[in-house]
Design a protein around this ligand. Sequence first.
Ligand SMILES: [Cu+2]
Length: 332
Amino acid sequence: MEGIVKGWIISVIAIAVILLAFLSISYPQPSAKETVEPRTVEVLLLAGEGVQKIAPDNDLYPGGVMYSTMTFNGTIPGPVISVNQGDILKITLRNDGSTVHSLNLHAGFGPSQALSSIVLPGESRTWTMKADYPGAFLYHCDGDNLNGIWEHIASGMYGGIVVRPPQEEPAKEFYVFFSEVYSSDDSQPNKTSKLGSFDFEKFMDGKPDLILTNGMAFRYIPWIGESAKVMLNPDAEEFHVKIDELTRWYIFNAGPRSSVAFNFGAGMIPVDEVGNEDKIELPAYDEIRNIPPGSGTVVEIAFPEKGTYFGNNHDIGSLLKGAGFVVNVDDE
Ligand SMILES: [Cu+2]
């Protein structure tokens, strides 16, 4: 009897050891990042108005295009806010401008977290938002409780907030924002531009003059055409990555009206779970990632071959309005 009990105990211990070994293989131990304590991250956003150059002097827009802007912290886009999931964001919105501004954070759930309510010129407001939901989200000005929101977004009052999930793989990261400009100035191709400001009629008709890529049309496109070259920006910046290097692209579409049919010329884009309407078995690749106005998306990609890839909005008219960026993939 004693021998049977002993044997039974040994069997139970052996099964437990095998089970534990199996569990430790199936379920990886938490990484150091998962055990990081939530932080309180303080952010100061300054709302204001100004004038900026939004297209360079080029073959299509001799002299470039100047525009009356509305901005957060003086730049288009406003600063990217990056937090870890679980962090508390303590935001202060200070209105240094001459008109009413506000803030709508798409990463927040509930009016007390997502919305600033209006902030009058010379005033400021501080509140908190819990970063519960991972992803790339747009933030923007809501104008005077939605009145004028169209002008404030189309004039540059937007930015991005990235809520990072735990256990994120290290990658080379890039941020790209697309947005439309409806300019009162007749900044059509081949006309010399002066200073434009928001044009309500063009906005209602959905006819933007320019598409900004990180605050400037043609910022990253040096030229198009090979036998017949069209110069778009002699000082164009270009992105550089290495073959097979993991890259992570945070791509935002501030709109305010149209979707961006995002495509990597010569590349493929992983199908994301959210946009997988065809219920394709994942992982899978597709040619376009749809980015509706007012949203951000995350594209993770490793380029397999060296050469030039072109991040673009496949609504082709937007190429001539300034949307797109060149990615040069180099050897090691
Ligand atoms: Cu505003």
